[in-house]
Each structure stands twice: as structure tokens, then as C-alpha cells.
Design a protein around this ligand. Structure first.
Ligand SMILES: [Zn+2]
Length: 148
């Protein structure tokens, strides 16, 4: 476990420390499902920052002061994004060092030149390009975070 954590760039461990210590978020715990891997299914950027230590995948966040915990594990995208999920998403995308934040509900991407977030509509939009569908479907069950 320690060796996997050591693959993270100092910028990412710094961000996690700030996230946990942030008085506004009041985070109790963060459940990380993946740190390092070479490729993820058939995404365009096959390492998506993970090989560089600049990305992590999160499946859950609990809080000291919120009723609802944030779980990024909705396989069918039928559960609405709750306020806790939105708070985490908004905190992340408000930072200058965050490149990509993909969740089952929203996609904010620097990779594809998207400055504003767009809804994750893999299950409802039948007109998506294959690339866009793969990006959205690939993040139906976790939050992917990548730094610059
Ligand atoms: Zn990821």
C-alpha cells in the first residue's frame, strides 16, 4: 500500500492534504479506489495521468458536518447528484491546479478544451461520439481527478 501511495506526485499528496484539512469541506475520510495504472479500458489518454502520479480515482467521501456522504458509485446514473457530491466537485474545479474532474454526474475536462462542466449523459444521450461516450461511461462509478 505504501509503495502505491509513493507513486503519487507531491502535488497530488499536497492536494489531498489540503482537501482533508479544508475547513469548508470538513472531510472525515476519502476512499481511493485507484492511484497508479497504465491504462483504463479504451480511453483516449490511456493512463489519464495515473502513470504520472497526477491522478487518483475516488469512490467515496465522508464528512464531519454533512448528513449525506459523497459516494461516486452510481452504476446506472439514476441517483441525482447530492449536495455533498456537488461541494466536492465545485471545490476541485475551482482550483487552478486541477485539470480534469470526471464524476457520474458532471465532467470538467481540460483535456478536451472544456472549461465549464458538462453533464455526464452516457445513459441518456444516444448522439454522443464514441470518444465522448467512452469518457462518460468510464466514469459512471467513480470520481477521476487529474492535476496539471
Ligand atoms: Zn482515473
Amino acid at each position: 500500500m505504501q509503495s502505491y501511495f509513493d507513486t503519487l506526485d507531491n502535488k497530488m499528496t499536497g492536494l489531498l492534504s489540503e482537501m482533508i484539512g479544508n475547513n469548508g469541506l470538513q472531510i472525515n475520510s476519502i476512499t481511493i479506489s485507484a492511484i497508479y495504472y497504465e491504462k483504463y479500458e479504451n480511453l483516449i489518454d490511456r493512463s489519464a495521468g495515473h502513470r504520472l502520479g497526477m491522478a487518483i480515482d475516488i469512490v467515496g467521501v465522508t464528512f464531519k458536518n454533512r448528513k449525506e456522504d459523497a459516494f461516486f458509485d452510481d452504476p446506472n446514473n439514476n441517483i441525482p447528484e447530492n449536495d455533498s457530491v456537488k461541494a466536492v466537485f465545485n471545490w476541485l474545479v475551482g482550483r487552478n491546479d486541477v485539470k480534469d474532474v470526471y464524476t457520474p454526474w458532471q465532467i470538467k475536462s481540460g483535456t478536451y478544451g472544456i472549461k465549464m462542466s458538462i453533464p455526464n449523459v452516457w445513459s441518456t444521450d444516444k448522439t454522443l461520439t464514441q470518444k465522448r461516450y467512452d469518457l462518460m461511461f468510464g466514469h459512471r462509478n467513480h470520481l477521476h481527478l487529474r492535476l496539471y
